[in-house]
Design a protein around this ligand. Structure first.
Ligand code: ADP
Ligand code: MG
Length: 236
């Protein structure tokens, strides 16, 4: 591989919850900028756990994890905040705030970053148009369908133009047509330079888009060498 430094580097990462047996036994992988990865594996394999590690929600029990070249084993709260500013996350359960409108939910990360109200509103509207929710600015999350909520969550994740986008089972709650649309959104993000990581057990996309596949089996990543392409551009 080229001398490019990975944006995410895992070396023999082990993770167990509490006193339990390791969920992830030894995860080693190098992920690169501007690439697209599917994270696969059976239900319970540890996909969500790995996503939590990458978002710094939990730390490895042992082994090394570096994000943006920084070892996360001993970083300050300030550094965690800075790293998270560069990572967009779409959680499995959306995590939308029900007392805020769609527009306010999507604009929230920009508020945290200190942008003006006008800037926030303009950018949130632009992204909501992009995900096909231009008519829903003032709606509250509880009147939206699962697929619409999912797209609000995606809009909120991408509004900061993250360097890394983590999406955990993003097509789990939507029909096939919307799932295809979401995949196209992720593809668009990847094309604009984001490292996109999509956890899914939906084989159809993995088989259709010949992107890198990181498959977790028995607590380890089984590299899919045949389709390995660090730039994730094999479809282009
Ligand atoms: N917070 C937690 N505490 C204890 N065990 C957990 C926790 N979260 C997940 N697990 C366990 O870790 C294993 C992997 O779960 P998860 O990462 O959610 O897998 P996946 O997303 O691939 O379905 C499962 O056996 C699950 O029960
Ligand atoms: Mg999961």
């Amino acid at each position: 591989m080229s001398g490019e430094e990975p944006i995410i580097f895992l070396d023999k990462v082990m993770l167990h919850y509490g006193d339990g047996a390791p969920v992830l036994k030894s995860i080693s992988a190098s992920l690169y900028k501007k690439s697209f990865y599917f994270l696969t594996g059976a239900s319970g394999a540890g996909k969500t756990t790995l996503m939590r590690l990458l978002y710094l929600g939990i730390r490895p029990s042992s082994g090394q994890l570096k994000i943006f070249g920084k070892d996360v084993s001993d970083i300050s709260r300030r550094e965690i905040f800075e790293i998270r500013q560069k990572i967009g996350v779409v959680f499995q359960d959306f995590n939308l705030l029900n007392h805020l409108t769609v527009l306010e939910n999507v604009a929230l990360p920009l508020k945290v970053m200190g942008e003006t109200e006008k800037q926030r509103e303009n950018q949130a509207k632009e992204i909501l148009d992009w995900v096909g929710l231009g008519g829903c600015f003032n709606a509250y999350p509880d009147v939206l369908s699962g697929g619409q909520k999912q797209r609000v969550a995606i809009a909120r994740a991408v509004i900061i133009r993250p360097e890394i986008l983590l999406a955990d089972e993003p097509t789990g709650n939507v029909d096939e047509q919307i799932a295809s649309k979401l995949m196209n959104l992720f593809y668009g993000m990847h094309k604009m330079g984001t490292c996109v990581i999509v956890a899914t057990h939906y084989r159809q996309f993995v088989d259709t888009f010949h992107y890198n596949e990181l498959k977790i089996e028995n607590g380890r990543i089984i590299a899919n060498e045949s389709s390995f392409d660090p730039k994730g551009d094999s479809l282009a």
